[in-house]
Design a protein around this ligand. Sequence first.
Ligand code: SF4
Length: 237
Amino acid sequence: MSEDSQSAELGRRDKRRRGEVAKYDPQALGPAEKGPLGQLFAPVAGFGVTISSMFRPVVTEQYPFEKVPTQPRYHGRHQLNRYADGLEKCIGCELCAWACPADAIYVEAGDNTADAQYSPGERYGRVYQINYLRCIFCGLCIEACPTRALTMTNEYELTGPTREGLIFEKQDLLAPMLEGMLAAPHPMVEGTDDDDYYRGEVTGPTAAQVEWVRERRPHDPTVATARVVEPAQEGAK
Ligand code: SF4
């Protein structure tokens, strides 16, 4: 500390000892005194924001009578997607469950068999649950999914009278069958593997898949509506 600042500090201490330090003066810190116009409007000045808002457009939303669309990337209810031939994209790997910070997802995988193939590859999501009492809609699960099976819709009306009702099961989350799809289970497109599905080379059910379902489930409504495509050529891969 320099000699000057040392003497200044000693001087301040002396003043404090002698009680000469400036006292707190609320008047000095208060607002400046109002002029005649300010004094005239002072009694109603508090209504300024209210009155000015009365002439602005109303932003109140009449929900639930009028539903306002969300932003396109809004994180709403989850969806388990399908490939174009109707097989499920979920392979039951549980990565979404491990990524979930709220422990809201529960997955149990099952083995695909020749008689019951639900997804391309060896395994499928046999049990899939999302507990919407826990979910915080952060989207980490969809980032973790290796097959893009799990995405989020814009649906935000997720309420219910019971706790059980807010645990969504696989059938609540599975994407609806789109026009031309063939309901699973059924074999994969002949000559393909799970990589071909992932690369988008399967564009719909083939005649062999439709025939397989027709033999085992003749009353399945998607047999009649399936839009048959030619299987991808080996050389085209
Ligand atoms: S939704 Fe995706 S991450 Fe979750 S189990 Fe299925 S494939 Fe794995």
